[in-house]
Design a protein around this ligand. Sequence first.
Ligand code: SF4
Length: 335
Amino acid sequence: MGKEDYTIKCRGLSLLSGGLDSQLAICVLREAGAEVEAVTFETPFFSAATARKAAAALDVKLHVIDFTDDEIALVKAPPHGFGGAMNPCIDCHATMIRRAGELMSSLGYDFVATGEVLNQRPMSQNKQSLGVVEKSSGLLGRLVRPLCAQLLAPTIPEQEGRLDRSKLLALSGRRREPQMELAKKFGLTDYPSPAGGCKLTEKAFGRKLKDLLDHEGLDDRRLVELLTTGRRFRLPDGTGVTLGRDAQENKLLAERRAAAETIVAPVSVPGPTALLPHVASEADLDAAARIVCAWSRTDAFSSDVTVKVVTDGSTATRVIPRPYSRDQFLKFQLT
Ligand code: SF4
């Protein structure tokens, strides 16, 4: 059923990740009489691609908010701490709702909605947690959870009779069958599994992020964006090394190097490019050159390997003698 089939009495902004629950929230809101636009967020840690696809399928206007500065501030100091990795989920979620609330106000809309289901996640979606998020987002009475609204206190649009409470739902718990049934009812066929998509929830990514935070810091957005590129090493004197895993990553690292940074790459054999934001010592630079050789395709070559070292507009070469063993560097590898 399309959005044009309902009588519109109020306007809302619904958070859309692209997952099934967030898509259902929009369908239910339309049935309850709301005109809905969607809002999603993107950072170097998660993309808006799934939300864009879902918005197109639902024929809903999508606002995409760059959330990078917010997320970095939360990663540096999360008021409610982290989940299982470097994911500040409680504060991230509340901040997203706050940002959506700001957009709601600027558009003159009536409410913000989410696809949350009561008790779907025991810690973050119990009644008390939903209430805390509503309060901390500054959206008291204007945060609608259409999938479980009948189990919660009526919001202002419901009290005013502009959002039909009888059309909102009373879902609770972890069972997915009700959502599957609703998906059929609304003709939704394309949706990703509920989990996944955010790098911050991955422990291996968390190690790299924490390492960057502890050394170069997170103020250089380019370095944050490069966290999804290459293998990472932290050498004994503090030099960070990002090593390209294929030709595309090698090209990217060379292109995104800042003026004062150092590139190390083999010239006599095929192999990876390494980006070093800061060289802490000659010993580290030598180790980085050896890492480049160890990960180069040197098996077919019996001779020493020549690498180039590009820094501050000058290029030098150095010769690295065999053997090119990876084993001695594995203890410095983050991922
Ligand atoms: S999974 Fe990622 S995007 Fe989602 S709330 Fe947690 S930190 Fe934020």
